[in-house]
Ligand binder design. Structure first.
Ligand code: IPE
Ligand code: IPE
Ligand code: MG
Length: 233
């Protein structure tokens, strides 16, 4: 508590390198990554983070070999099956960002059931980014705004930053405070490009399967010491 970060997002990167270091198949890294998700979602709750957004599968991750994509989908389903009860018992509301309807029908069905089950929860929000890409999100938002303009129900002058925000997948979430990326890569990889406008960025060399409560605490401490200016002085 006291860190002041309402909304924390994480680019969970480095599962493959974690496995490689151990001479294990990549899927072992993804499995260890699920364990890290478990630890970190618990820790975020305990540390008073109101909203945690996890980048689980990007709109570009379809480029990976079919076997890896199917391993990731199987792990997603396993995670929902194994962990949803705990989230629900802890009053956590699940949300998805990204075009998740493009996932396989059995995953979509499980996700929709989980969303419905936890919709009324008020403790905290866990947002999972699935088939998410910020450019795709903006394209979908522009199409919907464009359709309103074309039909004459919206004047182009009425388009504002707030209005665009309200058409993004993150519409009802608190503003993004802190964006963490593990594994030493220093790029956003098409994650929350609009929302990150004034987010604080935190990069760590730690690989995602090694990330834990202490590592999250360190990131939140770093955030607490930052001075945010939003262009002012
Ligand atoms: C992150 O780990 C998990 C996903 C992108 C789904 P990677 O699989 O990208 O691991 P590295 O970057 O190859 O180490
Ligand atoms: C970003 O990681 C996507 C997720 C963590 C789900 P990637 O491993 O896909 O990103 P790049 O390819 O290194 O930019
Ligand atoms: Mg990666």
């Amino acid at each position: 508590m006291g860190h002041g970060a309402r909304h924390v997002a994480i680019i969970m990167d480095g599962n493959g390198r974690w496995a490689k270091k151990r001479f294990l198949p990549r899927v072992a890294g993804h499995k260890a990554g699920v364990e890290a998700v478990r630890r970190v979602t618990r820790a975020a709750r305990e540390l008073g983070v109101e909203c945690l957004t996890l980048y689980a599968f990007s709109s570009e991750n379809w480029k990976r070999p079919a076997e890896e994509v199917s391993d990731l989908m199987a792990l997603l389903k396993y995670f929902i099956r194994a962990d949803l009860d705990e989230f629900h018992a802890n009053n956590v509301r699940l949300r998805i960002i990204g075009d998740y309807h493009a996932l396989d029908p059995s995953a979509v069905e499980m996700i929709d059931a989980a969303l419905e089950r936890t919709a009324g929860n008020t403790g905290s929000t866990l947002v999972v980014a699935l088939n998410y890409g910020a450019q795709d999100e903006m394209v979908r938002a522009m199409r919907s705004i464009g359709a309103q303009v074309a039909s004459g129900t919206l004047a182009p002058d009425a388009i504002s930053p707030e209005m665009i925000s309200s058409h993004l997948d993150t519409a009802e979430l608190p503003p993004l405070d802190l964006l963490i990326r593990t594994s030493g890569e220093k790029r956003l990889s098409n994650f929350l490009l609009w929302q990150a406008a004034y987010a604080e960025l935190y990069f760590t060399d730690m690989l995602w399967p090694d990330f834990d409560a202490d590592a999250l605490g360190e990131a939140l401490n770093s955030f607490a010491g930052r001075e945010r200016r939003y262009g002012g002085r």
